[in-house]
Ligand binder design. Structure first.
Ligand code: FES
Length: 279
C-alpha cells in the first residue's frame, strides 16, 4: 500500500487537511476511530482521528494541526508524496443512540474530529446540535461540512469575532440546561472536556468524551495511553478513545499528558528511537 497523498487543503492557520489513499482502512473505519501515522521513517508516531472517507477514491481524510516537529513534517508533504506508515483503523467506534436530542461539542482542531461523529448521530435518527469553538473567525474549520451534517450549528470564538463570545462550555450553559439534551459527545482540549463534564454532571444526560492521551503503539501494549475511568484503568487506544465523560479522571490525564512536555520542547536534540528503521 502506498499511503499516497491525493489532496491537501489548508483549513486555517496551522491546520491542514490531507486525503490519503488507504483502501483497506476506508472499507473498515467507523466514526470515532483513529489512525497512527509516521510522515517519514525517522518520525514519531502521531494518532489522528479519521475525519472522512471516499469509496470512489479509496481514500481517507485526516486533519493535522502543525504544532510540533512531527505534525510539521506531515503537513510539509505534498500530493504525490506518501506517508511512511499508516496504521488503522484503531480504537472503538463512537457510541450511538437514536431518536434523541444530541449535543456534539468540540474545540480547536477537535472540530474536525467531531464531524464524522456528529454526522453519524444524525444518520442514526437523532436531532444534532453542534457547538464548535475556535480562537477567532479565521480559525473556524469545516463550517460548510458541518452545516450539511447537523441540524443546528453554533460557533463560539474566544475574541467574539464570530458567533458567541467565549468558549464552547460557556455557550452550552447559555442555551441549555437539565433536560435539553439526552446525550452528548465532546472532543477537544482537556480543560474544555473536563468543564463540559462538570457542567452536565447533574443534567441527567450521558456525555461521551473522546480522549487524547499520549499514544505510542496504539495496540494496548505500551501503557502510554493509560487513563482512569470510574476508578478502573483503561487504555484509550483499545478501550476508547471514547469514555463516559462523567467518570474520566481528567486531572490525571492532564498530568500524564504534561509528563513529556520538557522533552517534546527539545525538538532539535530529540531523536525518536521508536521508528522501526532506527531501533
Ligand atoms: S498507545 Fe500503547 S497502550 Fe495505548
Amino acid at each position: 500500500m502506498s499511503n499516497l497523498i491525493l489532496a491537501k487543503r489548508q483549513l486555517a492557520p496551522e491546520v491542514t487537511l490531507l486525503e490519503v489513499e488507504a483502501p483497506r482502512i476506508q472499507r473498515r473505519w467507523k466514526p470515532g476511530m483513529f489512525i497512527i501515522i509516521r510522515p517519514n521513517s525517522n518520525s514519531e508516531r502521531i494518532p489522528l482521528t479519521i475525519v472522512d472517507s471516499s469509496a470512489a477514491r479509496q481514500s481517507i481524510t485526516m486533519v493535522i494541526q502543525a504544532i510540533g516537529k512531527t505534525t510539521k513534517e506531515a503537513v510539509a508533504l505534498e500530493p504525490g508524496e506518501s506517508l511512511c506508515d499508516l496504521v488503522g483503523p484503531l480504537g472503538e467506534a463512537a457510541t450511538m443512540t437514536t431518536g434523541q436530542k444530541v449535543v456534539c461539542m468540540a474545540g480547536g482542531v477537535g472540530v474536525a474530529e467531531l464531524l464524522p461523529v456528529a454526522k453519524a448521530f444524525r444518520e442514526a435518527g437523532n436531532h444534532v446540535t453542534a457547538l464548535c469553538g475556535a480562537r477567532s473567525d479565521n480559525y473556524r474549520i469545516l463550517n460548510d461540512e458541518l452545516i450539511a451534517a447537523v441540524d443546528e450549528l453554533k460557533w463560539a470564538t474566544d475574541d467574539g469575532s464570530f458567533g458567541f463570545k467565549g468558549n464552547v462550555v460557556q455557550m452550552l450553559l447559555s442555551l441549555a440546561g437539565p433536560g435539553t439534551f439526552a446525550e452528548g459527545h465532546v472532543i477537544g482540549p482537556i480543560p474544555m472536556m473536563k468543564a463540559a463534564a462538570e457542567a452536565t454532571r447533574d443534567w441527567g444526560m450521558k456525555l461521551h468524551a473522546s480522549l487524547n492521551p499520549v499514544m505510542i503503539d496504539g495496540t494496548g501494549m505500551c501503557g502510554g495511553c493509560r487513563v482512569t475511568v470510574g476508578q478502573q484503568v483503561k487504555f484509550a487506544c483499545v478501550d476508547g478513545p471514547e469514555f463516559d465523560a462523567h467518570l474520566v479522571d481528567f486531572d490525571e490525564l492532564t498530568r500524564r499528558n504534561r509528563a513529556y512536555r520538557e522533552m517534546e520542547q527539545q525538538v532539535q536534540a530529540h531523536q525518536c528511537r521508536i521508528g522501526l528503521d532506527v531501533l
